[in-house]
Ligand binder design. Sequence first.
Ligand code: SF4
Ligand code: SF4
Length: 334
Amino acid sequence: MAIERGNVIIVERGRRKERLPGSGLLEGMAVVWRHWQGSFRKNRSFSQIHGTFTLEYPEERPKLPEAYRNMPILLYDEETGHELCTSCFQCQRICPPQVIHMTQAKDPATGKPVPAVAEFVIEYDACMSCGFCAEVCPFDAIKMDHEFELSTADHGSLTVAKEQLNRPIGYYERIAPTMWAEVREQALKKLQGNIKRRPGVLGMAPNLAEKIAARLRELATTAPVEAAPTTPPGPSAPAGRLSPEEKAARLAAIRARNDAAPADAPPPPAPAGARDGHGEPAPSDVPPAVNPADAKAARLAAIRARNAARAQEQAPPEPPAPPASRARTDEPEG
Ligand code: SF4
Ligand code: SF4
């Protein structure tokens, strides 16, 4: 019986190149030799990424490219002492591991928020150096530093506050001249606009104590601005809109209500007949989902408490009090 095999394609292979025995071994050894003797060649132009070279670290250090990024820093203008950050919260929102925490500065006279940051904390130990915060910042206030020698045995010191994050613009200009030149004009223009909206010393770098003190003295010597005449409430406000006094009263009432509400108050019971997202009756004893804003606030409060405790620990011990003089009494005994 004949078997159908279909089409058969026969491939004619050429004759294999004859190789001397041991030639493969010799070729491998030649490669090893080339790399081994190349490792003794000094390469001092660290700009190239090919080739083998050894740095005698820490005496020798590579010249890092401008776009190298490690940890974020905040910039301030050394001319005026003002920080570029306006507390717009963009970097806090975009940070993937949520390690940026901040609060916005408020005008102490009016209680209104101003374009300046009051507190700014980054948890360096959880930062992944993605650079998203620097990419998204519309004011070029946060940039990526080149510093990489951050190892420490003190884990708590990696939660870094504004005082340690602040760098003058000149510092960033030195490490990334081309990148800063591209944004310099716009960044300084925006800063000038924001400075006009910052009363007093709000938005000034806290580590510029001298400049801040000089600014305070300057403010004290300038004549106080006359208060604007207050408009009588009620009739002067356009119909349907609240007058400034009414707005202030409403804001005060909201603040009072918020202050009066205990932070650990139990959640209100679910109304009768309430249903959850799956159509099931909502149990009144199920804890509500944690609000991300509350979680952030709790995290910032924990960081504050930890920093305060650390500052207390590191404070020099108080000198022993002089022995108290014996109290004199003129009253007769008995
Ligand atoms: S570099 Fe990335 S992880 Fe680090 S603070 Fe910025 S956004 Fe967050
Ligand atoms: S660093 Fe930039 S993005 Fe972050 S709050 Fe300040 S101005 Fe906004």
